[in-house]
Design a protein around this ligand. Structure first.
Ligand SMILES: *[C@@H]1O[C@H](CO)[C@@H](O)[C@H](O)[C@H]1NC(C)=O
Ligand SMILES: *[C@@H]1O[C@H](CO)[C@@H](O)[C@H](O)[C@H]1NC(C)=O
Ligand SMILES: *[C@@H]1O[C@H](CO)[C@@H](O)[C@H](O)[C@H]1NC(C)=O
Ligand SMILES: *[C@@H]1O[C@H](CO)[C@@H](O)[C@H](O)[C@H]1NC(C)=O
Ligand SMILES: *[C@@H]1O[C@H](CO)[C@@H](O)[C@H](O)[C@H]1NC(C)=O
Ligand SMILES: *[C@@H]1O[C@H](CO)[C@@H](O)[C@H](O)[C@H]1NC(C)=O
Ligand SMILES: *[C@@H]1O[C@H](CO)[C@@H](O)[C@H](O)[C@H]1NC(C)=O
Ligand SMILES: *[C@@H]1O[C@H](CO)[C@@H](O)[C@H](O)[C@H]1NC(C)=O
Ligand SMILES: *[C@@H]1O[C@H](CO)[C@@H](O)[C@H](O)[C@H]1NC(C)=O
Ligand SMILES: CC(=O)N[C@H]1CO[C@H](CO)[C@@H](O)[C@@H]1O
Length: 657
């Protein structure tokens, strides 16, 4: 792991010497030490830059150019400027990815090199990581580890290393949003770094349930009650500053202790601070995007017509024809009305608190606090949660309050929430679009290929069956789709019967599906569907399973790595070449380049060609494709119970024989 310049630890030591002078909470010597440890190797990328210094937003003077809401017809000037750098920075990693892929009858690296003066030709890559709680975080982490050239082994034969470095966008939703959020909150650390953490840090220690809280000795937290007292205090600061509180505030705080490697889960980190971090600002990383859905006042049903919001380092808002606008992330919390802050009005910063954004995207998990935790929670937290529940009612326990609504009076003809001062946001997967494809299929982003990592629990045993893709397909066909297109996908039975959920499957290979004889029609990205399937471990844990001992965590990540690489090419040695062909597909078509024979053969094997098999399926019980590894066999028997244990042991035995 990386070392940190000595100077960077100084302010923390100073703080601990003069706590009262500097207004910092008093802390013991061991706290001060733990801070230095925390500031150590897994460095921070987002920064604790909330003007309040804590969890609460604060009123500030508006900048000379007052923030405004803009319409969604274009990309933001910030994104446009950043893309100019990012697209160039993806060239070298993309060439490295292609070289490793070894498409033997086509020099893909040279193709990129010779077109590098015209970036609209070069493939534009997105990665989308689905929701599904910790299961999704861990399976998604396996994919990211495999795609990240910094992961040891990822650029060996059979690997897909450099795909992450070649990507423009990295979107996450709910549990996938915890993954993306955690990566960016911790200086774009690698998955092995996040997984292994460091002494005194509660980062990725999922064996300690979020209800119980971390028990690492290096932290100031000594016990569960103190953990919740601290969280209650943080949330109270926001309440006292005059902001509405929802259960998501408590949830987001608790999450942050596991996902943000700083004291007390980094209460003053903001999502917009990502934009100021060197690596991101220099376009050395992809652009992170989190997704949430909107709920109309008094409505508890979420339909595919619900407006989908995205959060990125500069903005939050929606491309949907309802809101069709974006607010500056840094100044969300200001009293916008019809897109502007009133003449005499002040601005607000710090509302875009980092954990609150992750909590909003995963608000369904408020349930963990309400149900699983209920009995175990101390009164300091139960009382406020109970009173919130009494005021909002059972149907609304999964909401995140965004008050003031940045889109108040904005686009009143189409925006159903234009007249409410409260914008109600909920878990991005509640409309069944559990993969955050929405931001990446916007024609204006011109993405060519999306690696869609799906860890949804669709089947009885928590495996995906294509539901998320079907939702995105259907939505693209309604008015709400607003010009987006999506490849056709078959029913759940076909996914299972044809094994489309047991190996990577490409959708939208044949673009005649989109053009209808119109040569100039916009063509959506090719979808590379990467479903969770057991390779070396049964990582199909229940979505609401709150604890993962280190051994399970590591086995689930390893399984995700094997899913991403098809067992490092052991299941199909050509898989890296086929993944590369998927990346190239749209570009080759744009330039009228003949499809190399290797790619033709890949497409034959990996593209869904329209065949259906809707025969009813019984129980879907996939076997581990590689047989359980030592790590996989060690997975503790939880919801799977005895059956899981017996299956595991039997498989191990079979391999041993
Ligand atoms: C973030 O990591 C990079 C290495 O990728 C390092 O150079 C930089 O100093 C780190 N930044 C911070 C703020 O720790
Ligand atoms: C690339 O693929 C070809 C044909 O599949 C094979 O003969 C060759 O050894 C491979 N090269 C490398 C470096 O793996
Ligand atoms: C870049 O490539 C696109 C797509 O092939 C083409 O339409 C455009 O004219 C090219 N631009 C330049 C400057 O060559
Ligand atoms: C925004 O409006 C609310 C209620 O109308 C008011 O209480 C609050 O002080 C205003 N905030 C700012 C920063 O002007
Ligand atoms: C597919 O998943 C949906 C939930 O997402 C479920 O309702 C349905 O029963 C599943 N169908 C099959 C055949 O697995
Ligand atoms: C969504 O809107 C479309 C119109 O585009 C309408 O036909 C459909 O019934 C709506 N669906 C739901 C679930 O409200
Ligand atoms: C593939 O490589 C990764 C990283 O080296 C490793 O964790 C995993 O166990 C390997 N899988 C197989 C099937 O060898
Ligand atoms: C389409 O795919 C199915 C299997 O998924 C295969 O049996 C069939 O031969 C393929 N058809 C064509 C025309 O390639
Ligand atoms: C995981 O999948 C296996 C195979 O279908 C099944 O036996 C087991 O019960 C599942 N575990 C959970 C927690 O659903
Ligand atoms: C392509 C398309 O239909 N875009 C529309 C999206 O929604 C906005 C707001 O309603 C329209 O102005 C666009 O024309």
């Amino acid at each position: 792991m990386r070392s940190i310049p000595v100077a960077a630890t100084l302010p923390l030591s100073l703080l601990s010497l003069f706590p009262t002078v500097l207004g910092a909470p008093s802390e013991s010597l061991s706290d001060a030490r733990s801070r230095e440890v925390l500031a150590g190797d897994l460095l921070r990328r987002a920064t604790p830059n909330s003007p309040s210094g804590g969890y609460a937003p604060a009123t500030v003077d508006c900048p000379s150019e007052k923030p405004t809401i803009r319409d969604a017809a274009t990309l933001s000037p910030s994104e446009t400027a950043w893309l100019k750098k990012r697209r160039v920075n993806t060239l070298d990693p993309m060439m490295a990815f292609f070289k490793l892929a070894n498409i033997s009858d086509f020099d893909a690296a040279n193709y990129v090199q010779s077109n590098s003066n015209n970036l609209s030709i070069v493939p534009n890559v997105g990665i989308a990581v689905s929701g599904g709680g910790y299961r999704a975080l861990l399976n998604g982490a396996g994919f990211i580890a495999a795609a990240d050239a910094r992961t040891p082994g990822s650029t060996d034969a059979g690997g897909i290393g450099n795909l992450l470095q070649a990507s423009t966008y990295l979107a996450g939703l709910s549990g996938g949003g915890w993954l993306v959020g955690s990566i960016f909150a911790n200086n774009f650390s690698t998955i092995p770094e996040l997984r292994d953490g460091e002494d005194g840090s509660s980062l990725w220690k999922f064996g300690d349930s979020i209800i119980k809280g971390p028990d690492e000795s290096g932290l100031s937290i000594l016990n569960t009650a103190q953990y919740w007292y601290d969280i209650a205090d943080q949330v109270d600061e926001k309440r006292k500053a005059g902001y509405g509180i929802s259960i998501t505030d408590y949830w987001g705080r608790a999450l942050s202790y596991q996902l943000i490697n700083d004291r007390d889960g980094g209460p003053s980190y903001t999502f917009s601070s990502i934009a100021d971090a060197d690596n991101f600002a220099n376009a050395d990383t992809p652009m992170p995007i989190l997704v949430a859905d909107e709920r109309h006042p008094g409505e508890s049903i979420i339909s595919l017509n619900s407006t989908v919001y995205e959060f990125n380092p500069w903005e939050m808002g929606s491309f949907d024809p309802t809101v069709f606008g974006f607010a500056p992330m840094k100044y969300v919390g200001s009293n916008f009305s019809n897109g502007v802050v009133p003449d005499n009005g002040k601005c607000v910063r710090g509302f875009d608190q980092y954990g609150y954004v992750m909590g909003t995207s995963s608000s369904l998990f408020n349930q963990i606090l309400i149900q699983a935790g209920g009995a175990d929670l101390p009164d300091v937290i139960l009382d406020p949660i109970t009173s919130i529940l009494e005021s909002v009612g059972k149907d609304e326990d999964d909401i995140a309050e965004w008050r003031p609504n940045p889109f108040f009076k904005y686009h009143p003809d189409t925006n159903g929430n234009a007249n409410t001062e409260l914008l109600t946001l909920i878990d991005g997967g509640e409309d069944l679009q559990n993969i955050p494809l929405h931001p990446l299929i916007q024609p204006i982003r011109a993405v060519d290929v999306i690696f869609a990592v799906d860890s949804s629990a669709d089947t009885e045993h928590n495996f995906p069956n294509g539901t998320a893709l079907r939702a995105s397909y259907e939505r693209s066909r309604g008015d709400i789709g607003n010009g987006t297109k999506f490849p056709a996908v078959p029913d759940a039975e076909t996914f299972i019967n044809l094994g489309l959920n047991q190996k990577p499957t490409f959708f939208g290979c044949d673009t005649s599906e989109f053009t209808d004889n119109d040569k100039d029609a916009n063509i959506p990205p090719l979808i590379v569907y990467v479903p969770l399937t057991p390779y070396s471990a049964y990582s199909n844990a229940s979505t609401f399973d709150p604890t993962y001992p280190d051994a399970d965590r590591n086995a689930f990540i390893e399984n995700g790595y094997n899913v991403a690489t098809m067992g490092n090419g052991t299941v199909d040695a050509q898989w890296p070449a086929c993944a590369a062909c998927a990346v190239l597909s749209r570009s080759l078509e744009r330039t009228g380049t003949d499809i190399p024979e290797t790619c033709r053969s890949c497409f034959q094997r990996y593209c869904w060609n329209g065949t259906m098999d809707s025969t009813p399926v019984g129980e879907y019980n996939p076997e581990p494709i590689l047989g359980l590894t030592a790590l996989g066999a060690g997975v503790s028997m939880k919801a799977g119970g005895l059956v899981w244990g017996v299956v595991g042991a039997a498989t191990v035995l079979a391999i041993a024989l």
